[in-house]
Design a binder for this molecule. Sequence first.
Ligand code: CTP
Ligand code: CA
Length: 226
Amino acid sequence: LRLHLAPKPLAGRHALVTAGPTWEAIDPARGITNRSSGRQGYAVAQALAEAGAAVTLVSGPTSLNPPTGVRVVRVESALEMRAAVLDRLPEMDILVATAAVADFRPAQKASRKLAKTALQGPLELCVNPDILAEVAAHAQRPKLVVGFAAQTHDALALGAAKHQAKGVDLIAINDVSQAGLGFGSEDNHLVLIDAGGTHDLGRADKLMLARALVSHITSLLSSPTL
Ligand code: CTP
Ligand code: CA
């Protein structure tokens, strides 16, 4: 019998990953959501667990099976996702926000299905809280806060602006304008921005990219400037 003891660089670390879309109900049958299969986030959770971290995955509605060894907390709306994240913040060392959080929710949620004739004027929306920005500014901020940005154009400039505005350590930008990449697909293309500059991880399947992201996270956590 041979034991393969792979190095576990994140052993003893706790990581929280948000993934998937959120669902903002109008009534029990209708709602507003975002495009996201959850695949990239589930792959990040898996890669963090492979690296030895204790991983909690706060997931919006997806059709994916949870990765092995990962604790999954299922949520529906952005407000539920926020509460699930803030509840667990004190023990976290790493947050990776991959979720495609709906930016708006209906101002009212009907408890019974509305007749289509019930909507007279425009649907009233309110802005959802920015979970990532809130965590990055929190008194119990994890040591490393990582965001994602899916962009259809000007990916590097808009991603760099989000890195600044949200106060995160690292942002992973994916260009979702190309066919066969990003939304719903197996493959992705990630470019990382941190205080050290830009790192193109190239185009690969989502698990390979997640592993590359996790090795970048590992090196940031061991760097003396953090
Ligand atoms: N995010 C979040 N909570 C929100 C909106 C976004 O935590 N209410 C996180 C996402 O999980 C992602 C990052 O913020 O890690 C960037 O999300 P994105 O939608 O690209 O940026 P926004 O700030 O919402 O800007 P916009 O949609 O206008 O491009
Ligand atoms: Ca958004």
